[in-house]
Design a protein around this ligand. Structure first.
Ligand SMILES: [Zn+2]
Ligand SMILES: [Zn+2]
Length: 213
């Protein structure tokens, strides 16, 4: 599996493209605005064919360019069903600094499901807390976890927005703490980390049963 990443847009979203070297099939994760030119350029330069656009959750900084990228590549859009309404009904322009085009997801990401194209294998973990339908994507063979806005280096996603839940976040982070220390974590914002590096506060949280303030 080949992977490339770029920091994109007003909220510095980490956008990723994963591809299979042999079949040239690719998927994009969290196409924030403006991702289209970068995605198109990389696909053309590397002879990759985009099959799927995955949103780790439905916030505008993780799906803003879904519609345009889908239109130009023919890729399908995937999201957890509990966050699908955020893609079909994005916030009105007065709530966001950019106009966010709606898009229609065709693929449902479900707990225990798997995204598979060639050698690309991503296990879907439903990890609510930041939103109802937040997911993490586990590339087990590569030892990588795409954690969206659930787990960041040194912190976790907000739970005070609509659909957020502190209790659900504790459970979801507790689940991530069950992975081995070397698992590399690629969050939706900010630098990469590893489960082992976050373990001190994750273990504290699991013991206390509440989020660190
Ligand atoms: Zn978010
Ligand atoms: Zn975000």
């Amino acid at each position: 599996m080949e992977t490339i990443s770029k920091v994109v847009g007003m909220l510095a979203t980490n956008v990723h493209i994963l591809a299979d070297e042999r079949t040239r099939e690719a998927i994009a994760i969290d196409t924030a605005i403006p991702s289209l030119e970068w995605v198109q350029g990389e696909l053309a330069a590397r002879d990759w064919k985009l099959k799927l656009i995955v949103s780790t959750h439905g916030h505008w900084d993780h799906m803003g360019d879904n519609a345009r990228v889908a239109e130009h590549t023919g890729a399908l859009i995937a999201v957890h069903p509990l966050d699908a309404h955020r893609l079909t009904n994005p916030p009105a322009p007065r709530w966001t600094p950019l106009e966010i085009p709606p898009c229609v997801p065709a693929v449902e990401l479900q707990e225990g499901g798997e995204i598979r194209f060639g050698s690309i294998r991503l296990e879907v973990l439903h990890t609510p807390g930041h939103t109802e339908g937040s997911v993490c994507l586990l590339a087990r063979d590569e030892g990588r976890l795409y954690s969206g806005d659930t787990l960041f280096a040194g912190s976790f996603g907000r739970v005070d927005l609509p659909g957020g839940s502190a209790e659900a976040m504790v459970d979801s982070l507790g689940r991530l703490a069950g992975f081995d220390d070397p698992l590399m974590v690629l969050p939706g914002h900010g630098p990469n980390t590893a489960i082992g590096r976050e373990r001190p506060w994750l273990d504290w949280m699991a013991r206390e049963g509440r989020l660190p303030v």
